[in-house]
Write a protein that binds this ligand. Structure first.
Ligand SMILES: [Zn+2]
Ligand SMILES: [Zn+2]
Length: 766
């Protein structure tokens, strides 16, 4: 969108007789660190324009003197041909006092005021850089940190803005004459590339063994040694441009088992790094959307369906599941490694249980010495380490399982009306924060469980980094109504320090607000049905909510109904032992007696007698169903039982389902499970029953939308990461002409809480 702002410009007659004026173009959006200025420079050369372009605190500014026809052509070309990684939010054109320019230049940046610019995420290595590093005649052959204006780390290495080399971790690497020449050559793909470097002047690799003996310095010797070790079953810790990864050969079962044992991760799926998309296509069933995602500049982990051609030891990579998390190399380093090995590798974030991904050379030795056999370091400091993003596709929906490298901190396309500075602190388990400033909304990457000290430290220091980067002082801090969350406690502390107001937003209302915000539904004149299903969140009646139905209308969110309450016992143990959920939900408790020892049975029955804490958690209902149907009684990682239930449901190819709540007057978990158990006893096959469980829940949503006469259904909460549920619900919704909306740029889980808190504040409070 181009907005013309009238200015005080004066026209001049140029030597050919046409009227020329001086124009200033302001471009806002994701326009720094994406090759925008070189693009403008070359476009200006093509149109024979004179003037200049530079980065400032709001984006890119251009000044040029030309005719009206030329400026129109220029604007059109900018809009139609801007660099792939750029996102233009707004362009405005001003007429300014006449200036006579001699040529067209890229000027140094000017930082005049408070930063007001979307932050640029990291970009996966582009095809052109890939071919350079494999070409023995190219001067970047085997250079593991090859980047260009279109690719390479950005957010990970940004110390400050505007995005200029001296504001990044590359500041201490001085360009050699050859790199410097590329930097100033307009036709070069490294023209004004801030991350430009080569093996002469750039980042150095060092390979060490577990006793800290240097065993490789040149790329070719390193690749050779790594290959030798990995094929012998070794574990490699490797510093990628966004943090360390732990890798081993994905075809060597013993290496995987060894990694599992050392990471104390018995069953949680590992992601697999493949050398090429061709190999992925041979081994997995993947749709066009999935292939596009794998090859995108995000280069995320995508969950793909295994086939009979999958050659991996899938039972040790993702036990009990039929999908594998697959990714392609996102950096030159991983590309070189993958290509020299030509075999898939397990690639998982390097951390110990629950800690954040490690990014510092000495930390990896301190924390993971007992895990790796060899470690590959480099000397590029990482300012913002991130895990890989994880995506899954339901038929028509992209489900974000984790929004991290490549996706964060991309902006979510929402602009705020308030001019206040607002900090939303988010949740506790899947923590993120969102900063609202100068009408922009910055949602951080996922951090993890804030009860883990190192995660909390990184979360806290990232909040401080953002406040410093933007020179911001929050006026309002939003926290969850659960004051026991680390995020809430820190929010209160920060509010006291900054003398900011504190506002509480209920957890599930924040979830609902996140999907309303992402789909611009706050402006809707029609009512919106909110379906928020997750594990836990403190409700307004001090019970634990998690199976919630809301209605949004006229700036208000009202709770319509919920899954019938059942007992919540044994605290955190409830989420770890699905059999406990079954025990709590069933009215006819003796139906699950065989899952407990005599002592346990007595104990839990006693606890139940005095218990007053109730829950409406659908997450726990899924656990209970998995326990009843599939005998999944213990989770070894979060949501394991419900993932197995999803896998079994996906095996059902029929179209007729059983409504397990037919004729029910309320949303009774007990009745649903009772019917599920009876059908199982009748001998109905498990896939049909698992699918019917999902169908029954989807039907509850559709029936409620009909009863309330609501056309738009907005879903959020971790339960909607279940692709089978989303598929069944989508089908029912389209049959009934309902519009189904689910979080799309954010994950449906608690990662969206901070953004939702801010949306709720903006639309329902102020
Ligand atoms: Zn490139
Ligand atoms: Zn160089």
């Amino acid at each position: 969108m181009v907005r013309l702002v009238a200015g005080q410009g004066k026209a001049q007659i140029c030597k050919y007789g046409s009227i020329v004026k001086t124009y200033k173009i302001e471009i806002n959006g994701q326009v720094q660190g994406v090759g925008f200025r070189p693009f403008i420079y070359n476009l200006a050369q093509k149109l024979e324009l004179k003037g200049h372009v530079y980065n400032n605190h709001t984006g890119v500014l251009i000044s040029t003197t030309c005719t009206k026809a030329t400026i129109e052509k220029f604007l059109e070309d900018i809009q139609n041909n801007s660099p792939k990684a750029s996102v233009i939010d707004q362009m405005s054109l001003h007429e300014v006092p006449y200036e006579d320019y001699e040529d067209f230049r890229i000027k140094p940046n000017a930082k005049g005021a408070q930063l007001n610019l979307p932050l640029t995420p990291d970009f996966a290595i582009c095809d052109s850089c890939k071919s350079e590093i494999l070409d023995p005649n190219n001067r970047r052959y085997q250079y593991a940190f090859t980047t260009c204006v279109h690719c390479g780390p950005r957010y990970a290495i940004t110390q400050n803005y505007p995005f200029e080399r001296h504001h990044t971790s590359l500041a201490s690497f001085e360009m050699c004459p050859k790199c410097a020449k590329e930097y100033v050559h307009p036709q070069d793909i490294r023209f004004h590339s801030q991350t430009n470097s080569c093996s002469t002047c750039g980042i150095q690799l060092q390979l060490y063994d577990n006793d800290h003996n240097l065993i490789g310095k040149t790329t070719s010797s390193i690749l050779e040694t790594v290959q030798k070790h990995l094929s012998a079953g070794a574990i490699l810790a490797i510093k990628n441009t966004s943090g360390y990864l732990l890798c081993c050969d994905a075809n060597t079962k013993t290496a995987i088992q060894n990694l599992r044992a050392k990471k104390k991760r018995p069953n949680k799926p590992f992601a697999i790094l493949y050398p090429s998309i061709e190999q992925v296509k041979k081994e997995f069933r993947c749709s066009r959307k999935e292939i596009e995602a794998l090859q995108s500049s995000i280069a995320p982990i995508v969950l793909l369906k295994n086939t009979q051609h999958t050659r991996l030891s899938t039972s040790s990579i993702a036990p009990n599941l039929k999908h594998t998390g697959v990714m392609l190399p996102n950096s030159a380093l991983l590309y070189l490694l993958s290509n020299s090995l030509k075999t898939p590798l397990v690639a998982t974030s390097a951390n110990i249980h629950k800690s954040p991904i490690i990014a510092e050379n000495d930390e990896v030795a301190k924390q993971l010495k007992d895990v790796y056999d060899i470690v590959l370091h480099h000397n590029l400091p990482i300012k913002y380490p991130q895990d890989d993003s994880v995506l899954k596709y339901a038929q028509n929906n992209r489900l974000v399982l984790r929004r991290s490298r490549g996706m964060s901190p991309s902006h979510i396309g929402v602009s705020l009306k308030t001019r206040k500075c607002i900090l939303a602190m988010g949740s506790n388990l899947k923590s993120t924060f969102t900063l609202g400033l100068l009408s922009r909304c910055y949602t951080s990457q996922y951090f993890g469980d804030l009860d883990a000290y190192e995660v909390f430290s990184r979360y806290k220091s990232s909040i401080n980094s953002y406040l410093n980067l933007f020179e911001a002082k929050p006026d309002t801090i939003i926290i969850d109504t659960n004051l026991q969350y680390q995020s809430s406690m820190l929010g209160e502390e920060l509010a006291e320090f900054h003398k900011a107001d504190v506002v509480n937003v209920q957890h599930h209302k924040a979830h609902f607000a996140s999907v309303l915000g992402e789909h611009s539904l706050f402006e809707s004149k029609d009512k919106v049905l909110g379906v928020v299903w997750d594990g836990t969140g403190l409700g307004e009646d001090n019970q634990i909510w998690g199976g919630e139905f809301f209605c949004y209308q006229d700036r208000q969110i009202k709770r319509l109904t919920h899954l019938d309450y059942f007992d919540w016992i044994a605290g955190d143990k409830m989420a770890k032992e699905p059999r406990l959920s079954l025990f709590c939900i069933l009215d006819k408790k003796e139906k699950c007696k065989e899952k407990f020892s005599k002592v346990e049975w007595k104990l839990y029955n006693q606890i139940l007698q005095n218990n007053t804490l109730k829950t409406s958690s659908i997450g726990r209902l899924f656990d209970a169903a998995a326990s009843a149907l599939l005998d999944c009684n213990f989770n070894t990682f979060e949501a394991e039982a419900s993932m197995i239930l999803e896998r079994v449901a996906a095996d059902y190819k029929g179209k007729s389902y059983i409504d397990l709540l037919a004729g029910a007057e309320s949303i009774s978990g007990s009745l649903l499970l009772d019917n599920l158990i009876s059908e199982k006893e009748k001998g109905i096959n498990l896939p049909k029953l698992a699918a019917s469980f999902l169908y029954t829940l989807a039907l509850v949503v559709i029936n409620l939308s009909k009863a309330e006469d609501i056309k738009i259904i907005a879903c959020s909460g971790g339960v909607f990461q279940n692709a089978e549920l989303v598929n069944i619900l989508s089908e029912l919704a389209s049959k009934e002409a309902k519009y189904l909306k689910i979080n799309r740029n954010l994950s449906t889980n608690d990662e969206n809480i901070s953004f939702g808190q801010l949306m709720y504040y903006e639309h329902c409070i102020i």
